[in-house]
Design a protein around this ligand. Structure first.
Ligand SMILES: Cc1cc2nc3c(=O)[nH]c(=O)nc-3n(C[C@H](O)[C@H](O)[C@H](O)COP(=O)(O)OP(=O)(O)OC[C@H]3O[C@@H](n4cnc5c(N)ncnc54)[C@H](O)[C@@H]3O)c2cc1C
Length: 438
């Protein structure tokens, strides 16, 4: 049995710890904050409860697989249900599109109906083209620890391609609304589409094929389930414990140094931004973190417009911010708990900006919590959005699953395959694969 220390108690660290414990390792998890979960979790005020970060996930198989591989199946502990529609898009010209997830035929029909004749066919044809991309990446990059020797020629070509998502989308669509639709996920995460490799568009294929999923009452419920899974598997989880650096001797890791002492280890899983550990920071100096959006959690009283679980308000690409309303918070009788995210040129209060775009609840806000990107990064000890895309070189410039220090592995949003719950969940599976059974 190897002693493994996992640094970071976000979804990446929690999922890695549970999987490694199931494989028979002796696992200690170190979390700097006083609670586990990182971006995943709840914030509460005046009887309202909002998800702090994720409100839905793609690729539910990743979550289900995690539960299966670490003990009992997910169905026994959480209620993962389809989020339908995946989201509502409102475009600058007034077009409203309820985009379904999990069905090509349903997307074809919905896009055709909302955006006009031919638009649905163009959209599904764009998404179809990612089918082969998905198969190649899944085999060599998402579900198998990356190895240049084992990867197929197709995967090499994809990862090395100079084609950006922006260029691909520009070539595919004349309709500005379809371009906006295709670029939305990358923009929401804070990337400039010109710097995002085209293969990242594969998530549109994943959403169309496997749907968007949520947990009624909030994704934050996953944290308690994960924490109790750690307990069952005998993981020692220490909160209020900040890792200061790795202890490295003769090119191999020997443990982790914290303010409260040293933790000896045969292997260390770094599930935080590696920039925060001096031994790893020089290895990622050519990358930058991707910064979270501006957020307002609001509790609203009285009548509110009937909205699906997520509404995206797109404005003019250069002049207006993109606003996202997430309506799934829980609130006392007569109230509603919404979260508003803002990206792009935001020059006014989020609730005012929302009113200007037609969702007028500004006079009904009873309670609110505003969080700036800076506060969020400081509170979460790094950005849960991982590494900013700066072109195809970003894949090489970030550290992959296996770090170049013997015994050090990376999980979480800052490593392969990237940010978001499905990718972070995959990163934990990759770490378990790389370390193997005890
Ligand atoms: C506002 C917002 C909305 C989002 N919405 C979605 C969504 O709807 N769907 C989706 O799939 N994804 C979403 N995401 C992305 C997703 O939440 C993240 O990619 C994912 O949760 C990151 O998990 P992680 O474990 O890598 O990092 P984090 O959640 O950032 O966790 C890292 C943990 O490590 C701890 N830590 C840091 N440094 C140290 C140290 N030195 N020692 C010990 N501990 C340390 C931190 O305190 C933190 O708890 C959203 C993110 C945000 C911010």
């Amino acid at each position: 049995m190897a002693r493994v220390v996992v640094v970071g108690g976000g979804f990446g660290g929690l999922a890695s710890a549970a999987r490694l414990a199931k494989l028979g390792h002796e696992v200690t998890l170190l979390e700097a904050r006083s609670e586990l979960g990182g971006a995943l979790g709840f914030v509460e005020q005046d009887g309202c409860r909002w998800d702090t970060g994720p409100t839905s996930t793609l690729l539910p198989a990743v979550i289900r697989d995690f539960f299966r591989k670490s003990g009992r199946p997910a169905e026994k502990e959480i209620d993962l249900v389809p989020a339908e529609p995946a989201r509502q898009h409102r475009f600058e010209d007034g077009t409203v599109l309820d985009l379904p997830g999990g069905s090509r035929a349903a997307q074809l029909e919905a896009v055709e109906e909302a955006l006009g004749k031919g638009a649905g066919a163009r959209w599904v044809s764009y998404v179809d083209d990612f089918g082969e991309v998905w198969e190649a990446l899944r085999k060599d990059y998402f579900e198998r620890v990356w190895s240049a020797e084992h990867a197929s020629k197709e995967t090499h070509q994809l990862l090395e391609s100079r084609l950006s998502l922006h260029k691909l989308v520009d070539k595919e669509f004349k309709d500005a609304r379809l371009r906006t639709l295709a670029l939305h996920p990358a923009r929401l995460e804070g990337h400039e589409p010109r710097n995002v490799p085209a293969w990242v568009g594969v998530w549109a294929y994943v959403e169309q094929n496997f749907g968007a999923w949520t947990i009624p009452g909030g994704m934050g419920q996953l944290v308690d389930v994960l924490a109790s899974r750690l307990q069952t598997r005998g993981v020692t989880a220490l909160t209020d414990t900040t890792a200061r650096d790795l202890i490295v001797e003769g090119g191999a890791v020997r443990g982790v140094r914290t303010e409260s002492g040293e933790f000896a280890a045969d292997a260390v899983v770094v599930a935080i931004d590696p920039r925060r550990l001096p031994s790893l920071a020089p290895l990622v100096e050519r990358t930058m973190p991707c910064i979270p959006p501006v957020i307002s959690h609001v509790g609203i009283t009285g009548e509110v417009p009937e909205l699906p679980h997520e509404v995206v308000l797109h404005g003019h690409e250069k002049r207006d911010p993109t606003l996202v309303v997430r309506t799934g918070g829980t609130a006392p009788e007569g109230m509603h708990a919404w979260t508003i995210l803002g990206r792009g040129p935001l020059a006014e209060d989020l609730v005012t900006a929302l009113a200007r775009r037609g969702i007028k609840v500004h006079k009904q806000v009873e309670t609110r919590i505003d969080r700036s990107p800076r506060e969020l990064v400081s509170d979460w000890n790094g950005s849960p959005y991982g590494v900013l895309w700066q072109g195809r070189g970003t894949v090489r410039n970030r550290i992959g699953t296996v770090a170049p220090i013997s015994g050090v592995y990376l999980a979480g949003a800052h490593t392969t395959p990237g940010a978001g719950l499905p990718s972070v969940g995959l990163s934990a599976a990759l770490v378990a694969q790389a370390i193997g059974p005890a």
